[in-house]
Design a protein around this ligand. Structure first.
Ligand SMILES: NC(=O)C1=CN([C@@H]2O[C@H](COP(=O)(O)OP(=O)(O)OC[C@H]3O[C@@H](n4cnc5c(N)ncnc54)[C@H](O)[C@@H]3O)[C@@H](O)[C@H]2O)C=CC1
Ligand SMILES: O=C(O)C(=O)COP(=O)(O)O
Length: 390
């Protein structure tokens, strides 16, 4: 039996893919083989020795201690693109919320409860306080042309906006999906200086923490409107406060409010709803569960953020999974151990990601004893060995 610990509520269409004759699933379970989660913060959590995989049903992995997982040979997965449409749709709503007095107007309209027949005329008198501008013809700067950024850029273009994008690391796949009407800008200064609206669609990492700060506000036009549906930590809140006070920023729409931003004028706070649609939740859960199953049952890796992609058809015999440091002479030491035990390699895959090498080795023997596993583990540089019997 594999044990799966869920740290958030995971969509049942996904969890239901774990067959109950092979998997036990619970929010509290001793010695889990894998953890499936959404935004739960794992940084303070002790990683159990039994843990082999962590699957983030979603995109952002800043809530997971990736380096600690890598050191322990724990494979971390996410579900690229699975919630991108859900976020794109909310970013488009964010563009409109930043442009018109919708949020403020709705709150004000509710205050008229009890005014009886006067309500319609009070509405007509009060609406002048909530007038706004249209997005058509305005310039939107998209920072991060990944799964979400590309969808936002293309959609904003069809709504009549001029769209410019910035992403020094854009993949070929994303580039092919980007409308040729979106202008790709090479420098951040040039991008920000043209923008009426800026949308952040990049991950939060140590490098991007406080990415939008005093210096970047200095590059922007007066009355810029900023959309942050990526992570709160990307914006320096003290610098934002100043930029709002000085009139530089006309509106800040965020899916990640905190105590400070909730108190600030011109801030529209949304309670992290970007991926909270039934479609996104289902897509993410299905993808996460399939990836975990494929890894636990066959050692295959797809969409890991710390291990290489590695997929190989089973041959019917036992499978040995080995993760080691990406240094010379590892494969020959591994094959020497197997040869010394009379094991013939039937098929083998060796893939690399940064300083990690990951091997899938199929042998013809259906079972492998613990002694061989121990010998493989004893090779210097090997940090994870698993044997998958039939
Ligand atoms: N509000 C919500 O519910 C959700 C928020 N997110 C957030 O949005 C982020 C992006 O999600 P996806 O588009 O799915 O991820 P993605 O990985 O497909 O795209 C991220 C893009 O950012 C680019 N990038 C990284 N650093 C950059 C930098 N310094 N400057 C410019 N570009 C940079 C990458 O090259 C990549 O193309 C996630 O990391 C997560 O934090 C994601 C899903 C839901
Ligand atoms: O996928 C992401 O990065 C998200 O922010 C979505 O988070 P959630 O799964 O809605 O808690």
């Amino acid at each position: 039996m594999f044990k799966i610990q869920t740290l958030n509520k995971i969509d049942p269409d996904g969890l239901g893919l774990f067959p109950l004759d092979k998997y036990e699933i619970a929010s509290e379970i001793p010695n889990p083989d894998a953890v499936v989660l959404r935004s739960f913060n794992m940084h303070e959590m002790e990683l159990p020795e039994s843990l082999k995989a962590v699957a983030r049903a979603g995109a952002g992995v800043n809530n997971i201690p990736i380096d600690k997982c890598t050191e322990k040979g724990v494979v971390v997965f996410n579900t690229p693109g699975a919630n991108a449409n859900g976020v794109k749709e909310l970013v488009i709503a964010g563009l409109l919320l930043a442009s018109r007095g919708i949020a403020e107007g709705i709150s004000w309209a509710k205050t008229l409860v009890g005014k009886g027949e006067e309500v319609p005329s009070l509405i007509e008198q009060g609406k002048k306080n909530f007038a706004g501008q249209e997005i058509k013809g305005k310039t939107l700067a998209v920072i991060g042309l990944g799964a979400i950024g590309v969808l936002v850029a293309n959609a904003a273009h069809t709504l009549g906006m001029k769209v410019i994008g910035y992403d020094p690391y854009m993949s070929v796949k994303q580039a092919l999906q980007l409308s040729n009407q979106v202008k790709w800008v090479k420098g951040i200064q040039s991008l920000l200086s043209q923008a009426d609206y800026v949308t952040l669609n990049i991950p939060l990492t140590p490098e991007t923490k406080g990415y939008i700060n005093k210096e970047k506000f200095g590059m922007m036009k007066k009355n810029v409107r900023i959309l942050n549906f990526a992570r709160g930590g990307l914006v320096d809140i003290n610098d934002l406060k100043e930029a709002i006070a000085s009139g530089k920023v006309a509106s800040y729409v965020t899916d990640f409010p905190n105590e400070e931003t909730l108190k600030m004028d011109k801030v529209i706070a949304i309670p992290h709803l970007g991926a909270s649609t039934s479609e996104s939740e289902t897509n993410c859960a299905i993808m996460a569960v399939n990836q975990v199953k494929d890894f636990l049952e066959d050692g295959n890796i797809k969409n890991s953020v710390n291990f290489p992609e590695a997929q190989m058809e089973r041959n019917g015999g036992a499978r040995i999974i080995i993760a080691n440091q990406n240094i010379p002479n590892m494969v020959s030491q591994i094959s020497s151990v197997l040869a010394s035990e009379g094991l013939n390699i039937d098929n083998m895959l060796n893939k690399k990601h940064e300083n990690i090498a990951y091997n899938i080795i199929d042998v013809t023997r259906p079972e492998i004893d613990e002694g061989i596993k121990a010998k493989l583990k004893a090779i210097e540089g090997v940090f994870m060995v698993r044997v998958i019997q039939n």
